[in-house]
Write a protein that binds this ligand. Structure first.
Ligand code: ADP
Ligand code: MG
Length: 604
C-alpha cells in the first residue's frame, strides 16, 4: 500500500478544540484511556490464543510507557492484537469519529461542560487533550503489513505502510506546547499510579512494574484468607489501623459488580472522611467520588468497587437516574445489612465490642434509608448506663414489664451526657429505670426516627421532666405539703426563677429538693438546630427551664420551718443555685457569689 490520504467525514472543521474544551478539566485521563486501550488489545490477544484462534507466540505482554523529554513525546506500547490498515480506518477513523459526532450532537446546546465527567466513547481521541500530533504504529496479529497513522488534530489523516517487527501497537504523542508538564516523569508516574494501580496487565514505566494485576477483588472469596484482606487494606491505605471487618461483593446478575468494602475503626469524634471508596471499571481506576453509586451512609466505608456497568461517560444527572446505578445502590445496602445481621447472629459479643464503630454506620443508615431501617431494626443495639446492650425488642420487653400503666406510651429515658446528667441518672436508677446512653452526633436524629417508626414509644432525656410523672404514676403518695405551704414555696422560688416555670412535685424524700429540667421538645429543638449549625440564632436565645421543687424533701420542709422571710429567701436562693450548678448553668459572677456566700454561711 502506498501512502493514502483521506478526509475524516465530519461536519465540523476541527473537532479537537472542542474535545479539548469539554474535557479540559481532566486532561490527565488521556493516559488512562490509552493505557486502557493497550490493556484491551493485550487481553484480546490472550483470549484469541486461549481459544486457539491465534497460534503464534504470545511472548512477553507487558505494556510500556516512556517519556522522551527531548523529543517531547510520550509513547505507549503494547504487544496486543494490533490493527491492520483496514482496522485502523474502521476503528480509529470511523468509529471514534462517530463517537465524536454523537458527543457533539448531544452537547452542542449544553453550556455546562462540567457535567461531563469522562469521555464519550472518545477514548483514543482524548490523546488530543495533550498532543498536537498523534502517531499510531501498529502490526496486527494477522498476517498483514504494519501501518502508521498520523493525524495532527485536523480532520486530515495520513496512513502508510511501515516496517515493524513485533506484533502490537505504539501510540506516540507529540506533546503540545501547553501540555509540557506531562513530559515530567514524576507526573506520568503519578497518573499511572492513580489510574493503573490494579490494571490486569503489567505496566512498566522506568523499568519498573507499577501495578498489581491481580488485586483481591477479582479473586473468588473462597480463595482468600483474612490476611489477604488485611494486606490489601494496607495496600490501599498504608497508614491506617486494621479494619473491623469487610464484605466481598461479587455479583454477576443483573449487573456486574465486584469489590471489597471495609468497615474502618471509627473514633467517637468521627471525621466524615469520604472519598475512601475507589471506583474501578474493569480494574481501571475511575474516581474516588462515589456519591451517586454508594448510599450516603455507606460512604464512610473504605475499599474498592469495580463495575463495568456503571456508565462513566455521561453527566451526573443521568447517572442518578440510571437503572443500574440504583440497583447497585440497593444491592450494596442489602449486602451491608446482611453482613451486619450475620455478625450479630454469629457472635453477638464481638458485635457488641465493635459497636462503637459499627453503631455509627447503623444509625446513619437508619436515619437516612428506609430500606436499611427495615433490616437494621433487628440488630441495632441500645446501650444503657451500665454498659449493657439490648436490641429494640429486648429493650421494649424490659421496660414494658416496668411500666405501670400499660395503656400509656412507653417512656424511654436516655442520657446525652453521662457525666453532666449524673444526678438525674442516679435518681432514675433508684426507681429501676433502664437509662440509655445516646450521646453521639447522630443520636437526636436517631431518636426521632425511632419515635416515628415505633408506636407507643416516647424518648425523654433523663433530666427532661419530673421522673414520677413519667411512668411511676401513683407510686408516691401525695405531697406532704399543705396548700398554704405550696403557695409559700412557689412564691419563694418564683422570684428566683423569673420567667421560668416553678412546679412542685411529689417525688420521694431522697430525691433532690430542687432540680432544673428542660422540656424535652424544647431541648431537642435546640439540639437539632445546633447540629444543623444554627448556633447563632439559638445561642442568643435564653435557655428556659422548669424548676422542680420536691414537695416531699426534708430540705424543703426545713426551709419552711425557718424563722424570718430573709432567712427563708436566702435558703431558697442557695437551693436554686445548687440546682443550677448541678446542671452546669451557674457561671461567672453568679458562681463566685454562690461560693462566697457558702463560705460565709459555713463560718457562721
Ligand atoms: P473504545 O476503547 O471505547 O472502543 P477508543 O476510542 O479508545 O474507544 O478506541 C477505538 C478503537 O480503536 C478500539 O475499540 C480498538 O478497536 C482500537 N484501538 C485503540 N487502541 C488500540 C490498541 N492499542 N491496539 C489495538 N486496537 C486499538
Ligand atoms: Mg478505549
Amino acid at each position: 500500500m502506498s501512502t493514502e490520504k483521506g478526509t475524516i467525514s465530519i461536519n465540523t472543521e476541527n473537532i479537537f478544540p472542542i474535545i479539548k474544551k469539554f474535557l479540559y478539566s481532566d486532561n490527565e485521563i488521556f493516559l488512562r484511556e490509552l493505557v486502557s486501550n493497550a490493556v484491551d488489545a493485550t487481553q484480546k490477544i490472550k483470549k484469541l490464543s486461549a481459544m486457539g484462534k491465534y497460534e503464534g507466540e504470545l511472548g512477553e505482554l507487558k505494556i510500556r510507557v516512556a517519556v522522551d523529554k527531548e523529543n517531547k513525546t510520550i509513547t505507549i506500547s503494547d504487544k496486543g492484537i494490533g490493527m491492520t490498515a483496514e482496522e485502523v480506518k474502521k476503528y480509529i477513523n470511523q468509529i471514534a469519529f462517530s463517537g465524536a459526532k454523537d458527543f457533539l450532537e448531544k452537547y452542542k446546546d449544553e453550556n455546562d461542560s462540567n457535567q461531563i465527567i469522562g469521555q464519550f466513547g472518545l477514548g483514543f481521541y482524548s490523546a488530543y487533550m495533550v498532543a498536537k500530533e498523534v502517531e499510531i504504529h501498529t502490526k496486527s496479529y494477522q498476517d498483514a503489513p504494519a501501518v502508521k497513522w498520523v493525524c495532527d488534530g485536523t480532520t486530515e489523516y495520513e496512513i502508510s505502510d511501515i516496517e515493524k517487527a513485533e506484533r502490537g501497537t505504539d501510540i506516540i504523542l507529540h506533546i503540545a506546547d501547553d501540555s509540557e508538564e506531562f513530559l515530567e516523569e514524576f507526573k506520568i508516574e503519578q497518573i499511572l499510579e492513580k489510574y493503573g494501580k490494579f490494571l490486569p496487565v503489567e505496566i512498566e514505566f522506568k523499568d519498573k512494574v507499577i501495578n498489581n494485576p491481580n488485586p483481591i477483588w477479582v479473586k473468588p472469596p473462597s480463595d482468600l484468607k483474612d490476611e489477604d484482606y488485611l494486606a490489601f487494606y494496607k495496600e490501599l491505605y498504608p497508614y491506617s489501623e486494621d479494619p473491623l471487618f469487610w464484605i466481598h461483593l461479587n455479583v454477576d446478575y443483573p449487573f456486574n459488580l465486584t469489590g471489597v468494602l471495609y468497615f474502618p475503626k471509627i473514633k467517637q469524634d468521627f471525621q466524615l472522611s469520604r472519598e475512601k471508596i475507589q471506583l474501578y471499571s474493569r480494574q481501571v481506576f475511575i474516581t474516588d467520588d462515589v456519591k451517586d453509586i454508594v448510599p450516603e451512609f455507606l460512604q464512610l466505608l473504605h475499599g474498592v468497587i469495580d463495575s463495568p456497568d456503571i456508565p462513566l461517560n455521561v453527566s451526573r444527572s443521568y447517572l442518578q437516574a440510571d437503572g443500574n446505578v440504583k440497583k447497585i445502590n440497593n444491592h450494596i445496602t442489602k449486602k451491608v445489612a446482611d453482613k451486619l445481621a450475620e455478625l450479630f447472629k454469629s457472635d453477638r459479643k464481638a458485635f457488641e465490642e465493635k459497636w462503637e464503630s459499627i453503631g455509627l454506620f447503623v444509625k446513619y443508615g437508619i436515619v437516612s434509608d428506609e430500606k436499611f431501617y427495615d433490616r437494621a431494626k433487628d440488630f441495632v443495639l441500645l446501650k444503657n448506663t451500665d454498659g449493657e446492650f439490648k436490641t429494640i425488642e429486648e429493650y421494649k420487653t424490659k421496660i414494658e414489664a416496668l411500666q405501670k400503666d400499660k395503656d400509656e406510651n412507653l417512656v424511654v429515658l436516655y442520657t446525652s451526657d453521662v457525666e453532666k446528667q449524673d444526678s438525674f441518672i442516679q435518681g432514675a436508677k433508684k426507681r429501676d429505670y433502664d437509662i440509655l446512653v445516646l450521646d453521639d452526633v447522630l443520636d437526636s436524629h436517631f431518636i426521632n426516627t425511632l419515635e416515628q417508626k415505633l408506636e407507643k414509644l416516647t424518648f425523654k432525656r433523663v433530666d427532661a421532666d419530673a421522673l414520677d410523672k413519667l411512668i411511676d404514676k401513683g407510686l408516691n403518695s401525695e405531697s406532704v405539703l399543705s396548700d398554704k405551704e405550696k403557695e409559700k414555696v412557689t412564691e419563694l422560688f418564683k422570684e428566683l426563677a423569673g420567667d421560668n416555670v416553678v412546679q412542685i412535685e411529689a417525688l420521694s424524700a431522697e430525691d433532690a429538693p430542687v432540680s432544673i429540667v428542660m422540656p424535652e421538645f424544647m431541648r431537642r429543638y435546640m439540639d437539632m438546630s445546633k447540629l444543623q449549625g444554627q448556633n447563632a440564632m439559638f445561642g442568643a436565645m435564653p435557655q428556659s427551664y422548669n424548676l422542680v421543687v420536691n414537695g416531699n424533701s426534708p430540705v424543703v420542709a426545713k426551709m419552711l420551718r425557718l424563722k424570718g422571710d430573709d432567712r427563708r429567701k436566702s435558703y431558697a436562693k442557695q437551693l436554686h443555685d445548687l440546682a443550677l450548678l448541678s446542671q452546669g448553668m451557674l457561671s461567672g459572677s453568679k458562681l463566685t457569689a454562690f461560693v462566697n456566700r457558702t463560705f460565709e454561711e459555713m463560718a457562721e
